[in-house]
Ligand binder design. Structure first.
Ligand SMILES: Cc1cc2nc3c(=O)[nH]c(=O)nc-3n(C[C@H](O)[C@H](O)[C@H](O)COP(=O)(O)O)c2cc1C
Length: 202
């Protein structure tokens, strides 16, 4: 069974270090040799989502960008999610997108059900954005996403990439590789039909 991967970042900024880390991860997935049916890199800003507002939802329904995000989530098995850390938390662009995508649609299952995700963060600072990751993990877990234990936060990110967008530092490249491998392996296990015997009641 081959994988469909959706990658998105909590920063759509032109020179975003999180965008660079996400792009490096996507290249790593392509280079991994794993059977990949498709990789989609989604620009959250392009969804043009208003700040979540219950009155707006009641009066106008789910915005087009929300429906597009839900559809993208449904069409993919695995998620690669990167986010900057803003004051110790992940970005409002990411939070708002996930909040919209979590809104129910009658008769349609949650687009988060059964997904596997891996988390990334990058920062020009010394902590690499790591303080924002537990909250993303909690949020996605609450929505039914299996978030793999491995994650990567990249400190001092302004000098971390070469002109081709590759991580300069070998241990950091290896760390990213391990996160990718864990996402791919967990996702493959998640999609494989179960061979475990069903429990039999006595
Ligand atoms: C409102 C705000 C708060 C920030 N707070 C943090 C922080 O808590 N920790 C951190 O490492 N960087 C913080 N930064 C710096 C961001 O890490 C930096 O702007 C980074 O480049 C944003 O990610 P991006 O390059 O992917 O857009 C903050 C930036 C902004 C705008």
């Amino acid at each position: 069974m081959s994988l469909k991967l959706l990658a998105f970042s909590g920063s759509s900024r032109k020179d975003s270090v999180n965008g660079k880390l996400l792009a490096a991860a996507v290249r790593g997935v392509r280079a991994s040799g794993a059977e990949v049916a498709g990789i989609t890199q989604l620009d959250l800003r392009a969804l043009a989502l208003p700040i979540y507002d219950g009155d707006l939802e009641d009066s106008a329904g789910l915005p087009a960008g929300c429906l597009a995000l839900k559809e993208a989530l449904r069409e993919h098995d695995a998620l690669l999610v990167a986010s900057p850390e803003y004051n110790g938390f992940f970005s409002p662009l990411l939070k708002n997108a996930i909040d919209w995508a979590s809104r129910p649609q009658e008769g349609v299952p949650s687009p988060f059900n059964g997904k596997v995700a891996a988390l990334l963060a990058a920062s020009p600072g010394a902590l690499g954005g790591i303080r924002g990751l537990p909250a993303i993990r909690l949020l996605l877990s609450n929505l039914g996403v299996l978030v793999v234990p491995g994650q990567m936060s990249l400190p001092n990110a302004l000098g971390a990439f070469d002109d081709a967008g590759q991580l300069v530092n070998a241990p950091q490249r290896e760390m990213l590789g391990r996160v990718i491998d864990e996402l791919l392996a967990t996702s493959a296990g998640n999609r494989a039909p179960s061979t475990a015997p069903r429990s039999v009641s006595r």
